[in-house]
Design a protein around this ligand. Structure first.
Ligand code: ADP
Ligand code: MG
Length: 620
């Protein structure tokens, strides 16, 4: 009787964990229309980093079980991520290898490869034959190897070895083995025998895909290699080990990328399977979920006995380095990294400087000097736009409705919505930021041309630098002093390689300057109380006590829960939510003054807030 070894291995989380490897394919200049260069970089054999879309001056660093850089060969990927799990299928255990990632990132290259660079599938099948041959000689078991090849498309299971088949059912037997009645299963006696069946079936799939609007990128191709071993001596015990080799559908969001001609149903079905896979991987790796949601999609249902339990699973997340894949790469890495977070190998955010051109975008995000609430800023931007005085005039006129307005509206909305909606919105926010960046680049180009033209026309004037100067300053920074503007401009034109330290220092010096330059011109509040609050009490407190309180407040701002934030003086539910929302979008507050960047937190309110909290801290 077929016997599956230990469906549950006594709750050992080690064996049920899905190992995650990331493979970065080489940079392809032709894919990068704007020549922006790679946005992902490998660090070592387990770590990589990508520019943080929430703040382009930062990178996000990820840690995985393995990282395969651009130069990694097919053989290396196979040896490190796949070969080690294969012996298990000869002992009646199951295994699965699946390639995940956006279309064009190298899934098929990894799994199938080419005749010159064979991928995981041919190498794994060869290895299974080698292993069986070696075992055959030394043990009293007979082995037989068989294959099935299927595709899940639109939540339908289709037999690729029998192209005219219809949707096949997935069943579970009493031993919890997953079966597909009616699926062709062919015994194979050698690698060339395998090739004989596999190659035409793969070709079938490719031909169908060109006819059907690149269907292959929207379907999951699943090769099953089954090893049955039977004891020669009586009673003829039998064990079955299954190996699933899966080339998953592209993980890009087809609706977001506006793929032509995709019916909603198709797009939804892909997302359902991948979404469920992510939930399954997540709950397996956390080891805490009571119910792993295998049944929620065909893909996970099919892989149920080969993911989790005593199965050995490897996910190879394929990513591409070009900017046009930025979002999908980010999403794919987060999908993969989520499980790493749960096993306490979280990615860490690092404050590392990268692209100077993006620093002007940071200006948007940080809200310039951050002394005004967003609403007010919006109003002023509009006003300035009308009278043409705004440096963002071109920017706004290029987008209808203004990208910036949409961005601000979205960010506001995001602060009051649930986590699951928030992810979608975060994507949109980042998309808008990218648009803003593109518009700014266009604007710069346009202004450079204008400058050139005026020079050619002999219009030499002292203000000829003006448009360029303005251009580099984000519209939200208009309220800053001239000294401050000059500082910002310097930051924008810094060379590409700015080290972490330099940036931090820069940031601080900008911040100090800001304070210095602001205080003298600070607009007096109508009742003049503001300065009293500012000057009176702070000077009477010991500086170390003051600093300690500021650090306490900063810590709560950065890591406090909603309840803890509400526990601060002057912070109600609404403000606490706004703070959480800000944190979600921009990351940590670097200093307590950053609080003025949160909507509605004017300088006056901030002063009152600081006074109330510091005094209350001291009273404790
Ligand atoms: P996907 O299956 O994820 O859509 P492909 O495997 O078709 O992506 O890869 C897209 C293109 O990139 C193909 O031309 C492929 O040959 C090439 N490619 C992918 N990964 C690599 C790699 N590691 N080395 C060289 N070329 C690669
Ligand atoms: Mg492919």
């Amino acid at each position: 009787m077929a016997q599956r070894v230990a469906v549950s291995d006594g709750g050992s989380k080690k064996t049920s964990r899905v190992r995650v490897a990331v493979r970065l394919r080489p940079y392809m200049g032709k894919e990068d229309e704007k020549g922006e260069g790679p946005c992902v970089k490998g660090l070592d054999s387990q770590n990589l980093e990508i520019i943080n879309w929430r703040n382009a001056t930062e990178t996000v660093k990820y840690h995985f079980d393995a990282f395969h850089g651009e130069q990694t060969t097919q053989q290396e990927v196979f040896l490190s991520s796949v070969k080690p799990i294969l012996p298990h299928i000869l002992n009646g255990q199951n295994a699965s290898v699946f390639a995940y990632g956006p279309t064009g990132a190298g899934k098929t290259h990894t799994m199938l490869g080419s005749s010159e660079q064979a991928g995981v599938i041919p190498r794994a099948v060869r290895e299974v034959f080698n292993l069986v041959r070696a075992k055959d000689e030394e043990e009293g078991w007979d082995y037989s190897i068989g294959m099935s090849y299927l595709e899940i498309y639109n939540e339908k299971v289709l037999d690729l070895l029998s192209p005219n088949s219809h949707d096949l059912p997935i069943r579970e037997d009493k031993d919890k083995n997953i079966l597909i009645p009616g699926l062709t299963h062919t015994t194979i006696s050698s690698f060339s025998d395998f090739d004989k069946h596999f190659v035409p079936a793969s070709l079938n799939r490719t031909t169908a895909s060109t006819k059907l609007n690149q269907r292959s990128s929207r379907s999951h191709a699943i090769l099953l290699i089954k090893v049955v071993r039977t004891r020669r001596a009586l009673p003829n015990r039998q064990q079955i080990g299954k190996l699933y080799l899966v080339d998953l559908a592209g993980s890009e969001d087809n609706r977001r990328t506006g793929n032509q001609g995709i019916r909603l149903k198709e797009s939804g079905a892909i997302n359902l399977s991948l979404f469920t896979l992510s939930k399954v991987v997540d709950s397996l790796n956390s080891g805490t979920a009571i119910r792993v949601p295998y049944r929620d999609s065909k893909l996970t249902r099919l892989l149920q006995d080969s993911l989790g339990g005593s199965a050995h699973s490897v996910m190879i997340t394929n990513i591409a380095p070009e900017y046009k894949y930025y979002f999908d790469t980010f999403t794919a890495l987060n999908f993969a990294a989520k499980s790493k977070l749960i096993v306490n190998k979280p990615f860490t955010r690092e404050t590392v400087a990268v692209l100077p051109v993006k620093r002007s975008r940071e200006g948007h995000e940080a809200g310039g000097s951050g002394t005004e609430p967003q609403k007010k800023r919006q109003k002023e931007d509009k006003k300035a736009e009308q009278d043409g005085s705004s440096p963002s005039t071109h920017l706004h006129s290029l987008s209808e409705p203004s990208v910036l307005d949409r961005l601000i509206a979205l960010e506001k909305q995001m602060m009051s919505c649930k986590d699951k909606d928030r992810i979608g919105m975060l994507k949109d926010v980042a998309q808008y930021r990218k648009e803003i960046q593109e518009l700014k680049e266009k604007q710069r180009e346009f202004e450079n041309k204008t400058k050139l033209l005026s020079r050619l026309a002999g219009e030499k004037s002292g203000t000829s630098q003006e448009p360029n100067f303005k251009n580099n300053i984000a519209p939200l920074e208009r309220k800053q002093s001239t000294a401050m503007k000059a500082k910002k401009q310097q930051a924008v034109v810094q060379p590409l390689q700015v080290t972490q330290q330099v940036v931090v220092v820069k940031k601080q010096s900008v911040c100090v300057k800001k304070k210095e330059s602001k205080l003298p011109d600070q607009v007096e509040p109508p009742d003049g109380k503001e300065n009293m609050i500012q000057d009176g009490w702070e000077s009477q407190i010991d500086t170390s006590v003051l600093e300690h309180s500021r650090q306490n407040i900063l810590q709560i701002l950065n890591s406090g829960s909603l309840k803890e934030l509400k526990g601060l003086q002057q912070i109600g539910v609404k403000k606490a939510k706004l703070i959480l929302g800000w944190r979600e979008i921009h990351g940590d507050f670097t200093k307590v003054e950053d609080l003025t960047k949160v909507e509605g937190m004017t300088e006056k309110r901030f002063s009152t807030f600081m006074k109330a909290n510091i005094l209350s801290n001291m009273g404790k």
